[in-house]
Design a protein around this ligand. Structure first.
Ligand code: ADE
Ligand code: ZN
Ligand code: ZN
Length: 273
């Protein structure tokens, strides 16, 4: 996701985490402001482009080698290479957050990665190998030349919200938090944390990855015509109208799951979810 997506995921998580988890995060991040998670949500995207952080670029995705829109799945052995992927990175940095043998700066980085990667793993094109996650599938959106990955990361949600600054993210997060607590996501949100366990971190992240990847088959690519039916074309209102509910749902899920995951890490339980 772009800035709006990551910041919104972080604000939703802030709305659901326990007091104890919030305190832990504020201490580790050395930030007691009202945006302590949102303030670090896009750090990983800056870091990946530095010389020091270039190793982390492949950790933002898993290139699921399947055949959307006919077939969709993620296979850990097949799809996560030696150098790592978003699934192994979530497992690894989850452990490092509370590893007191590590210097505080490393535990802080681990938390910043978890806040970011729990977001990215909910973007269907971050759990898909098709043309570098859709980056080379050129399309236009409202007449502007871009690519399929970018319109899913940013353009469609920015059109919905009308901006991408911290205040836009906070407002959107407030609205999604209400929908989760009492509203259109209320009944399903209890199932969003199903199967989540620190005893199987890879398995937990795979549930989220497969969930997101399934939208490649239902929403991202037209069932008829597949990628060739959208390449080089304007993505019309119909495409936007069917995609926006999925984008909104995935942002809501990411924020809610991030909160539950952080509570597990800090408290060893997420009883209030
Ligand atoms: N680079 C390679 N595959 C990618 C993906 N699925 N998403 C983002 N960047 C990528
Ligand atoms: Zn992206
Ligand atoms: Zn990223």
């Amino acid at each position: 996701w772009g800035t709006l997506g990551h910041d919104t995921v972080a604000f939703i998580a802030q709305n659901f985490i326990s007091k104890k988890t919030a305190h832990f995060a504020q201490q580790l991040l050395n930030d007691s402001s009202s945006a302590y998670l949102a303030n670090v949500a896009t750090w990983a995207d800056s870091y990946r482009y530095t010389a020091e952080g270039s190793f982390s670029a492949p950790l933002h995705y898993i290139d699921a080698f399947d055949k959307p829109p006919q077939q969709c799945n993620v296979d850990y052995k097949r799809d996560c290479p030696e150098e790592g992927c978003i699934v192994s990175a979530i497992a690894n940095y989850t452990s490092r957050i509370t590893d007191t043998k590590l210097p505080a700066i490393e535990r802080q980085k681990a938390l910043k990665w978890i806040v970011h990667f729990l977001g990215d793993i909910h973007q269907p094109l971050h759990v898909e190998n098709l043309e570098i996650g859709g980056n080379t599938i050129n399309v236009t959106f409202d007449g502007v030349a871009t690519n399929l990955h970018h319109i899913w990361d940013s353009n469609m949600m920015e059109k919905l919200i009308g901006g991408y600054n911290l205040t836009d993210a906070q407002k959107w997060a407030t609205s999604l938090t209400k929908s989760i607590k009492k509203g259109k996501y209320e009944s399903q949100s209890k199932k969003w944390t199903k199967g989540m366990s620190l005893k199987d971190k890879v398995g937990s992240a795979l549930i989220w990855a497969r969930d997101a990847n399934s939208y490649m088959c239902t929403t991202v690519l037209p069932k008829k015509g597949g990628v060739e039916s959208i390449r080089g074309k304007e993505l019309d209102n119909k495409y936007y109208d069917t995609s926006i509910p999925v984008i909104t749902l995935q942002i809501a899920k990411a924020g809610y799951r991030l909160a539950a995951w952080l509570d597990l890490i800090v408290e060893g339980s997420n009883s209030h979810h």
